[in-house]
Design a protein around this ligand. Structure first.
Ligand code: NAD
Length: 473
């Protein structure tokens, strides 16, 4: 049984003032595997105070000092990769291959930020002036459970690269990962107070950071509903705010696409991270005339999709993170059926032969129209919709007919044509014939998928204010 009863403030592991005990579960078995003692608003205040004390000196460190520090942080998290993988599988249920990617990603974001920082021009000449990029201040970083270790290190990497100090509020459901990451970063010899990690509930610790007068910058990843509330509160003090929110990403299969390749890509895009991915390609758009052939390709590609024990190497889809999430996904499957969509794979309940654990049957609906609930709302589970379009203009119109705009996928035999279609999609990222992430490219949403960008130069600039100094030679 794990017992996590320390948070990290001012360079030390301390007992929180908060005393709520939160159960951690193994979602593959539904067993309680440990407890986390949650921080409260008093702890949030102490963490902000530590970050504030550290800011004047840290914000004046040289970029080279911070490059070296980020490289030490990278090494330290990399050294704990196996422990991190174990934590991700145990408390989140990611299939082992995905969990390995997540554990590696958590260290790589630190190395990537160091590389960007090494060449970043903090000072430039514009007109007759000097333009200086200046760290904003104390950053509040709020992260969700679906890739928590990577969100913690990714947001910290950008904030610290810029010269900000930070307080991280991870999801209360990620206690094990947070513990491994915090121990690793503690070993990296970072000046005290520069980063603080305070696990607690969103409506206590999260809300305290959002309202805190000494927090100058917020970076939040999570649901669109919570993001809107954060933006409202942040407006009171005009905190600079980055929001990475939900998505309902289209996968546009153009009429020249190889259908076997398209079906494989659509399943990879849709079922990534067990469907618990903001960037999941959940609306598959296929030409009307090719629907039957595409359905056949997709059903045959489903043979490689396995929901089950995350420790089994053949598993591609693990359990949902919680019973609440499992219930949510089940409800959407029922809604899809009730609204007249046609199941071509999966359905309600657990996969055959699985008696416990929050496992969902990998589900694909066809005959979906873009006004159906399952085409409009983010499900956050392995439930995909196939929609048809008449021609390219219709495909683009359906793709853009969504409140979201985080990511889109285009599949075509003709990269130039796919590139042209990509240019007409309203989304922060459009992936042509690939599902691969590019850590140098900006990431973030159009419309209700968010505000601002993360990763690369764009990610660091989200933690910088632009200052012009006029009258200097
Ligand atoms: P959530 O919005 O409930 O919680 C996210 C984080 O915010 C958690 O740490 C939570 O404790 C905190 N929080 C909750 N209420 C808060 C409040 N009032 N004030 C401050 N903080 C608060 O989301 P979740 O259920 O943890 O994660 C799933 C959602 O996250 C999905 O909608 C998904 O699309 C989104 N997501 C987006 C991205 C992205 O980069 N765009 C990535 C992953 C997940």
């Amino acid at each position: 049984m794990h017992r996590i009863d320390r948070i990290y403030i001012d360079g030390a592991f301390v007992t929180p003032h908060g005393d709520e005990r939160f159960d951690l579960f193994n979602p593959a078995t539904e067993a309680v595997i440990g407890h986390v003692r949650l921080a409260d608003a008093v702890d949030a205040d102490l963490a902000v105070a530590a970050a504030r004390r550290a800011f004047p000196a840290f914000s004046r460190t040289s970029p080279q000092m911070r490059v070296d520090m980020l490289r030490r942080m990278h090494e330290a998290v990399r050294a704990r990769e196996d422990d991190l993988l174990e934590a991700i599988v145990e408390e989140y249920g990611a299939p082992a291959s995905r969990a390995r990617w997540m554990a590696r990603h958590a260290s790589e974001v630190l190395r990537d930020a160091a590389a960007v920082l090494e060449n970043y021009p903090f000072t430039r000449r514009v007109g007759t002036s000097e333009v200086v990029m200046q760290p904003i201040g104390v950053a509040g970083l709020i992260t969700p459970w679906n890739n928590d270790a990577g969100f913690i290190t990714g947001k910290l990497a950008a904030a610290l690269a810029a010269g900000c100090t930070a307080v991280v509020k991870p999801s209360e459901m990620s206690g094990l990962q947070t513990q491994v990451v915090t121990e690793a970063l503690h070993a990296a010899d970072v000046p005290r107070g520069v980063f603080n990690i305070v696990t607690g509930r969103g409506d206590t610790v999260g809300a305290a950071l959002v309202a805190h007068p000494d927090v100058a910058k917020l970076s939040f990843t999570g649901s669109t509903a919570v993001g809107k509330g954060i933006l409202r509160t942040a407006a009171e003090s005009l905190k600079r705010t980055t929001l990475e929110l939900g998505g309902k990403s289209p996968v546009i299969v153009l009429d020249d696409a190889d259908l076997t390749q398209a079906a494989t890509l659509a399943l990879q895009a849709g079922f990534m991270n067990s469907g618990q991915a903001c960037i999941a390609g959940t609306r598959i758009l296929v030409p009307q005339a090719r629907l039957k052939a595409f359905e056949a390709s997709l059903v045959s590609a489903m043979a490689d999709v396995r929901a089950g024990d995350p420790r089994d190497a053949a598993t591609t889809i693990g359990p949902m993170v919680s019973e609440k999430q499992w219930q949510r996904v089940q409800r959407y499957i029922r809604v899809g059926i009730a609204e007249g969509a046609r199941l071509i794979a999966g359905g309600e309940g657990r996969p055959a032969g699985i008696g416990a654990g929050w496992f969902v049957r990998p589900t694909v609906f066809s005959d979906v129209t873009n006004d159906m609930t399952i085409a409009r709302e983010e499900i956050f589970g392995p439930v995909l919709s196939i929609l048809t379009y008449r021609d390219e203009a219709d495909a683009i119109s359906i793709a853009n007919d969504t409140p979201y705009g985080l990511q889109a996928y285009v599949v075509s035999a003709d990269p130039a044509r796919a590139r042209e279609v990509a240019g007409r999609i309203d989304a922060g990222r459009v992936l042509v014939n690939t599902v691969a992430h590019d850590p140098a490219a900006p990431f973030g949403g159009f419309k209700q998928s968010g505000l601002g960008r993360e990763y690369g130069t764009y990610g660091i600039e989200a933690f910088l204010e632009t200052k012009a100094v006029l009258g200097v030679a």
